[in-house]
Write a protein that binds this ligand. Structure first.
Ligand SMILES: CSC[C@H]1O[C@H](OP(=O)(O)O)[C@H](O)[C@@H]1O
Ligand SMILES: Nc1ncnc2[nH]cnc12
Length: 293
């Protein structure tokens, strides 16, 4: 059994992870380009934790410009087995008030200006995204949320929009009519790439606003979002610290196979594969391409 390594991708308002023992910022190179920042690697009660601020320290990368492939590749290179995303989001449901943590279960991907796959000409692969999050990892996140007495809801659909502008009123109503629960700009293609990289993925979406639809809350206001983020960032950090303390130290096999997603996914015949692309896939798909286990 492999040692569990917890990866944490921090979103808006989360640019560091206090409480990491022996923590260092380490620059990790990726054949997929520059990740958002160096990673902060340290330990919590003996568990290795790898933290990456999605927008970079100082919030320098816009959602469309984040190099999601490099970020996931770097997590994989650092040995991460279980990855959680901590994200700000807008609420599309009355009952999901600002300050609530939503343990998202499904996604609708409406982004269109991003690289969404590690695979392509020279090595084609199709992984399943029917169940994008790993239920056992969500079990641990939920236990941590309960132990820390946080206001949370398990389940819900996250609409990933391109941004960086917020939705129009008509769009906000449309996404509500689709039954979506929360809206954000970053969890896709992150979740797809995590699956291709055989990482167990879960997302904690912290509600900061009611998007544009709510008659009593008016338009999305970034100042208001920043205030909610500021007031709740310590809750997100508490949640991650508790998760790290309680996560089993051996990686648990994913019941839906997230950690074996490439077993039967690669379609390209071995003699037709492009050596240059295979070289870039060393971390993400080395297990199946080069018999690393
Ligand atoms: C700060 S409001 C918009 C911004 O916040 C969310 O980012 P993240 O998911 O990284 O927390 C949202 O997706 C937008 O990028
Ligand atoms: N209303 C909203 N739409 C998109 N991304 C968000 N992040 C936080 N609030 C958001």
């Amino acid at each position: 059994m492999a040692e569990a390594v917890l990866g944490v991708i921090g979103g808006s308002g989360i640019y560091d992870l206090p409480g990491l023992e022996g923590a260092e910022w380490i620059g990790v190179e990726s054949p997929w380009g520059d990740p958002s920042d160096a990673v902060r690697i340290g330990h919590i009660d003996g568990l290795k934790v790898v933290f990456l601020p999605r927008h970079g320290r100082g919030h320098v990368h816009s959602p469309s410009q984040i190099n999601y492939r490099a970020n996931i590749d770097v997590m994989k290179r650092c040995g991460v087995t279980d990855l959680i995303s901590v994200s700000a989001c807008g609420s599309l449901k009355e009952e999901l008030a600002p300050g609530t943590f939503v343990l998202v279960e499904q996604f609708i991907d409406r982004t269109f200006a991003r690289e969404k796959s590690f695979f392509g000409t020279g090595c084609v692969a199709h992984v399943s995204m029917a169940y994008p999050v790993s239920p056992r990892l969500v079990d641990h996140v939920e236990a941590a949320a309960r132990a820390e007495d946080l206001k949370y809801r398990r389940g819900g659909t996250y609409l990933a929009m391109e941004g960086p502008q917020f939705s129009s009123l008509a769009e906000s109503h449309l996404y509500r009519s689709w039954g979506c629960d929360v809206i954000g700009m970053t969890n896709m293609p992150e979740a797809k790439l995590a699956r291709e990289a055989e990482l167990c993925y879960a997302t904690v979406a912290m509600v900061t606003d009611y998007d544009s639809w709510h008659p009593d809350h008016g338009e999305v206001d970034i100042q208001q979002i920043i205030k909610v983020l500021h007031d709740n960032a310590h809750h997100a950090q508490q949640l991650v610290a508790r998760l790290a303390r309680d996560l089993p130290r051996e990686h648990e096999t994913c019941p839906i196979g997230s950690d074996r997603a490439l077993d039967y996914a690669i379609m390209t015949a071995p003699d037709k594969r492009d050596p240059a692309l295979l070289a870039k896939l060393d971390a993400v798909a080395g297990r199946v391409l080069f018999d690393k286990d």
